[in-house]
Design a protein around this ligand. Sequence first.
Ligand code: BDR
Ligand code: CA
Length: 313
Amino acid sequence: MRQIILDCDPGLDDAVAIMMALGASEKIEILGITTVAGNVGLDAVYQNARNLCSLAGREDIPVFQGCPHSIMGKHVRAAEVHGSDGVGGVILPSSTREHDVMHSVDFIVDTCMNAEDKSITICPTGPMTNLAVALIKAPEIEEKIREIVFMGGVAFGPGNCTPAAEFNIFADPHAAQIVIQTDIPKVMMGLDVTHQTPCTDDRLNELKAIGTEPANAIAAMMEAYRRLVMSRDHGQNDCMMHDPCVIAYLLEPDLFSGRHYYVEVDTHDGVSHGRTLADGLSVSKKAPNVKIMEKIDDEGFYQLLYKSLRDLG
Ligand code: BDR
Ligand code: CA
């Protein structure tokens, strides 16, 4: 059983990641969902995360508000991909859970401080502001973290936010650099691997065929996602399941393959701002600090997603 904190900015693909994790409760225990401004603003992502738990019948899961902007004060958003509400206009049941008033950063710190060494897995699927601030506030939590499995970056291909940078890292490069430079074991689900997971017509139909309320909502979100991505990119790009790759890795790591590399984030202004620079040929001789996933069994991934949604009921 993995004990995880899901640090996210729902977000259409974050929504799928949340549902997938909730549907795998025999293998994943979500200690809390911490939200961070990213795809849309903080109020919206927080409310979306609460409502998604409600959709899954899991209002017992605490959901926290975190940082409203990046460490350097940037507000980078992706409403053109996720809709202005972050969930593509899909109406979700309103959560009736009392608001959890603790800050996301404090929840991360407190949870880790009260945990056994190397027991907590942190799963960022948005900008890594909350985790970076938690690591600054209480560096001793490093000991408590088993692994950080994050969606973000791209090592050997083009960015999706700028030619050099992926959205989550571009939105807060300083936070990503702080997290990546720690000694905590890290797995990077970057565009190298997430771009191998297109939500095709057939896959969308499989999602619709599940027929439960959460699966129907996810299918409606994927339809919105496809529509938004198509209209933004003039039909050039597919709609990818970025964030759920993080959950799939926790459930079935053998779906993925990759290697350890030394990675640095470009925090300087300029055309490479937010780039995750991987030392592919080890020319720097610096010790590898991230395991970068490069290949996924995409059909296996989708089968796992359908199973989790079916198990969610
Ligand atoms: C990442 O950016 C966000 O828009 C998605 O939710 C995902 O986390 C993909 O680049
Ligand atoms: Ca996200």
